[in-house]
Design a binder for this molecule. Structure first.
Ligand code: ATP
Ligand code: MG
Length: 395
């Protein structure tokens, strides 16, 4: 058991000592039972936020109206939420009201899938009213209760189901799968940002190929931006999983008639993702026209070298991470500032010329020649090169 989980059990224990009931719930318990790395640990309790605040010194009230506080304990943060149910998802988005309930079982019933609807107390006893442990063993994603009703309540759950299929390499249980076919259209009510967050996780999971097949089969993609206008995109399956949205967009861009800027806008992505997508796509174009690898790795930010090699592999291009990293290691300069010859030197050497755009153009040529090892990065050799460049043309 990892350090974070041990501390979470101490939090559960302290609430129990103070007379409350508390359980570790959700993804952390699921992942612990699967012996997977856990993300955030969520704790459910019979105590109200006010009562939780009395037990711990540092409590941040983040969502009192939903019964949630963050407990800071031994340098870790835990989301502690009062047992509750959610009712009346009239607008398919937010429950109209949350009601606090008395038992953990009632709280578990509001959760999405059986594997996410288990709880563990401080004696490590598992409460599992929907046979989540069985489904963990069988590797299936099964909605808690009636799948159709559960997807109607919150259509985002359909995206979550696919995301878990991919992350855990689980199969979709039959009734859950069938409900998705009839309810897929409700995804229309879900914000693009939330769809995007789940889609990104789906594409980064080891089971992404299967998840994409289900996505196609239940036609959920028909409610994704761009895919709705270009349905053929769903047939494009990357050869390897992609770890960031920039890689994902750069991948689909290759098969799409929509510009990168539109992809970014329609999927409501950040400027950072936009910048990275553009940089990845530029590197890809350079590679496809046969540009020298040294120039490609020089032009792309260091942080995108591995994403770029993944993207290339996803597109079935022959370009390995090792080759790119080796090219990067061998680069003669990392930045134009490292050129042994700068703009002032150029003006000094070619002093009969007036200032003008030629300076920038020539520096770029020098930069290219140095990076691609056609020119040594020394003052003398660049000077000679510049003088030769400036000679009047003869023939
Ligand atoms: P992750 O490992 O990505 O954090 P998770 O299962 O913990 O996965 P969270 O979004 O952190 O997912 O939610 C925590 C728990 O809250 C879930 O395990 C599930 O029990 C419940 N939950 C989250 N979202 C929903 C939802 N849309 N409908 C019903 N229950 C949900
Ligand atoms: Mg979680």
């Amino acid at each position: 058991m990892n350090e974070q989980l041990i501390k979470a059990f101490r939090v559960v224990h302290k609430i129990t000592e103070a007379g409350g009931k508390a359980h570790i719930v959700g993804g952390a318990l699921r992942d612990a039972l699967l012996q997977r790395e856990t993300g955030d640990v969520d704790i459910a309790t019979s105590f109200t936020p006010e009562e939780v605040m009395k037990v711990f010194e540092k409590v941040i009230p983040v969502g009192i109206e939903h019964g949630t506080v963050i407990v800071r304990y031994q340098s870790e943060s835990f989301e502690v939420t009062t047992y509750r149910t959610e009712e009346g998802y009239e607008d398919y988005r937010h429950p109209d009201k949350v009601a606090f309930v008395r038992s953990i079982e009632e709280d578990l019933a509001r959760r999405d899938f059986t594997i996410n609807a288990m709880a563990m107390d401080d004696t490590e006893k598992v409460i599992d009213p929907f046979c989540g442990q069985q489904d963990l063993n069988d590797k299936v994603i099964r909605a808690v209760g009636n799948a159709e009703e559960r997807f109607k309540e919150d259509p985002l759950r359909m995206m979550r189901a696919l995301r878990f299929c991919s992350q855990l390499e689980f199969k979709l249980e039959k009734a859950t799968h069938e409900a998705m076919i009839t309810q897929a259209h409700l995804l229309n009510y879900i914000s693009t940002e939330r769809i995007a967050a789940e889609f990104e996780k789906l594409m980064a999971g080891p089971g992404f190929k299967e998840a994409l097949k289900i996505c196609k089969n239940v036609e959920l993609y028909r409610w994704f931006p761009i895919f709705k206008e270009e349905p053929g995109l769903i047939d494009q399956i990357p050869r390897v999983r992609l770890y960031s949205f920039a890689e994902v967009i750069a991948f689909y861009r290759e098969f799409s008639s929509t510009f990168t800027s539109e992809w970014i806008k329609e999927w409501k992505l950040s400027n950072r993702v936009k910048r990275e997508t553009v940089q990845l796509s530029e590197a890809l174009s350079r590679f496809k026209i046969g540009e020298k690898l040294s120039w490609i790795v020089y032009k792309i930010p260091d942080s995108l070298i591995i994403p770029f090699s993944r993207l290339a592999t996803a597109l079935e291009l022959t370009l390995s991470e090792e080759v790119l990293l080796e090219e990067h290691r061998k680069l003669s300069i990392q930045d134009r500032k490292e050129l042994a010859f700068q703009a002032e030197d150029l003006l000094n050497v070619l002093n009969e010329r007036d200032k003008g755009p030629w300076i920038g153009q020539l520096l770029e040529e020098i930069e290219y020649a140095v990076v691609t090892n056609q020119l040594v990065n020394s003052y003398q050799s660049i000077k000679e090169w510049a003088i030769k460049w400036n000679l009047p043309e003869t023939d």
